[in-house]
Design a protein around this ligand. Structure first.
Ligand code: GAR
Length: 197
């Protein structure tokens, strides 16, 4: 059974999808800790409700990125995770974190590989659609080898169509539905073929 530490910054609906899949036995994994850089992230409440360690790891204002990342790596290491899942984690991680977990950090992004990296990806895809530049967007799950933003070896991606009468809200809901399913199914498959198991 894989031990997962999940990093979040907000609502945690993807964390919930993982917790539910573990609970139902669909994912051969256990969430051993949830860590947020935001105190008010609802995902921390979801973790507590599931009896999972829920930790707010604040960044001190003056703290260097690498110093925070090194502390974060130490905190995560205490839980001895097989994998670290970034499920709506909205901070770039430097090598001060990533080098501790080579090939062990997996990110979810609400866009296709190479498109709309960073924040507000769904909103930017929606605006791009309005301008007639794209007709679909997507979701991807990928490994995080380095500091590249929402970029790395793709484990899975899926197209999400954009409809003419979509609002931003209806598109967001469609993207999130795909995320919840794709994240869990990708982890399922990836854990099965994990050579380091
Ligand atoms: C998700 O859409 C996830 O793909 C995105 O944040 C959202 C978190 O939702 N991540 C990124 O944009 C990473 N660049 P959630 O907190 O409800 O799971």
């Amino acid at each position: 059974m894989k031990r997962l530490v999940i990093l979040i910054s907000g609502n945690g609906s993807n964390l919930q999808a993982i917790l539910d899949a573990c609970e139902r036995g669909e994912l051969n994994a256990r969430v051993v800790a949830v860590i947020s850089n935001k105190a008010d992230a609802f995902g921390l409440t979801r973790a507590r409700r599931a009896n999972v360690h829920a930790i707010w790891k604040a960044k001190i204002h003056s703290q260097e990125r690498r110093a925070y990342d090194a502390e974060l790596a130490e905190l995560v290491s205490q839980y001895e995770p097989d994998f670290v899942i970034l499920a709506g984690w909205m901070r770039i991680l430097s090598s001060a974190f990533l080098d501790t977990f080579p090939n062990r950090v997996i990110n979810l992004h609400p866009a296709l590989s190479g498109t709309f990296p960073g924040t507000h990806a769904i909103e930017r895809a929606y605006e791009s659609f309005q301008r007639g530049e794209i007709s679909y967007t997507g979701v991807m799950v990928h490994l995080v080898p380095d500091e590249g933003v929402d970029n790395g070896p793709v484990l899975a991606q899926e197209i999400v169509p954009i409809e003419k009468n979509d609002t931003l809200e209806s598109l967001e809901a469609r993207v999130h539905r795909v995320e919840h399913r794709l994240l869990v199914s990708t982890l399922q498959q990836f854990f099965e073929v994990d050579v380091n198991a």
